[in-house]
Design a protein around this ligand. Structure first.
Ligand code: MRU
Length: 343
């Protein structure tokens, strides 16, 4: 398998996650608009992977820009960055990466256009490399939280497919497994788009981590049996007070975990922490199209013409979170005070 997102011969190549687990097909983005398309349609998804893709999207816009004159080149770049910004609203890594690429662009504005192009590509490469290193650190920090033989529940896909390295929550599980802790994983299928069954089960199987797949509505019963010793999820945006937006269904698991006195952890890089927002109530929650709920792989599973709700994320209140695993260590409550300390 190639990396989830890679720069290759002036294109951005991504494994098309819409086709997994059935087919391992790579989508070659020849221009930034195709990167926007891939992010919107979830060919690439997962907060850190979206950030890396957006950074390469900016590099691609620069490399493929027609303008030779600086002012026109900057105009082209502004359009591209604006389109990339509008691709998805919740994962703050998208905006973090675009802000970083914009800051780079501004810092080198006096250079010749051809040199700027090279520098933007270097910056995107650096974002990818740093994400790989951050993933490894988070995995090591998080693995310490779990003991030998424990069974841990997770949701959505937070692995290799969701980041440049080994992932966030999945990285922790993978590290615990590699350390010989003999952990077991319970993976929630994650309706409506099945990131859990299509992607996480695929990754767990490839990594050789013992696991069982469940449908989301089995989580309460399974937790009530007493053998789940922890729940771990990724994040799309964490506000200054620790409120955490993640895949729809995460909040439900956190409430259940509290009920059964199971520790509930979030694992995310610092680039997912949005200190500009004080509360999860301010996080924009993406609403996706109704057919994601009324169809499964194009087959209708509900009557025609009905109305549905399809929020792609929910927000877990900070008081339900036992710890936030980051590359800088495990942050514990009170989050308002302790999250600031790692910046
Ligand atoms: O809609 P998606 O598939 O992009 O949602 C992904 C998630 O919610 C992940 O749990 C989150 O991005 C953290 S992963 C590294």
């Amino acid at each position: 398998m190639l990396p989830t997102v890679a720069w290759k011969n002036n294109t951005v190549v991504m494994i098309d996650q819409r086709k997994l687990p059935g087919k391992e097909i790579y989508f070659k983005c020849k221009n930034y608009k195709e990167v926007v398309y891939c992010i919107k349609t979830l060919a690439v998804r997962g907060a850190p992977a979206i950030g890396v893709s957006a950074a390469y999207g900016v590099a691609l816009a620069a490399v493929k820009a027609k303008a030779k004159e600086k002012i026109k080149f900057f105009n082209e770049m502004a359009y591209a960055i604006a389109e990339l910004r509008a691709s998805r609203p919740t994962a703050v890594n998208l905006f973090w990466a675009l802000d970083r690429m914009t800051a780079k662009l501004i810092s080198i504005e006096n250079m010749p256009v051809e040199k700027i192009k090279k520098e933007l590509l270097k910056e995107a490469n650096l974002i990818e490399k740093q994400d790989i290193a951050i993933n490894t650190k988070m995995a090591k920090n998080g693995a310490k939280l779990f003991k030998k033989g424990e069974t841990i529940m997770t949701i959505c896909n937070t692995g290799v497919l969701a980041a440049a390295g080994v992932g966030t929550a999945f990285g922790v599980l993978n590290e615990a497994h590699k350390q010989g802790k003999k952990i077991n994983v319970v993976a929630c299928e994650t309706r409506p788009l099945l990131q859990g069954s299509r992607l996480t089960a695929w990754e767990l199987k490839r990594a050789g981590i013992p696991f069982r797949l469940i449908t989301d509505n089995m989580s309460c019963y399974i937790m009530s049996k007493g053998f789940i010793k922890g729940v771990i999820a990724g994040a799309d945006r964490i506000t200054a007070n620790g409120d955490t937006a993640n895949k729809i269904g995460t909040y439900m698991l956190a409430v259940l975990a509290k009920n059964f006195k199971i520790p509930f952890y979030i694992c995310a890089p610092k680039s997912t922490i949005d200190l500009k927002l004080n509360s999860g109530k301010l996080i924009p929650i993406e609403e996706r199209k109704s057919t994601e709920v009324t169809e499964l792989h194009g087959v209708k599973t509900a009557p025609k013409g009905i109305k549905v709700y399809n929020p792609a994320f929910d927000v877990t209140p900070n008081e339900l979170i036992a710890g936030i695993i980051t590359e800088a260590g495990v942050v514990r409550p009170p989050y308002l005070k302790n999250l600031k300390k790692i910046f």
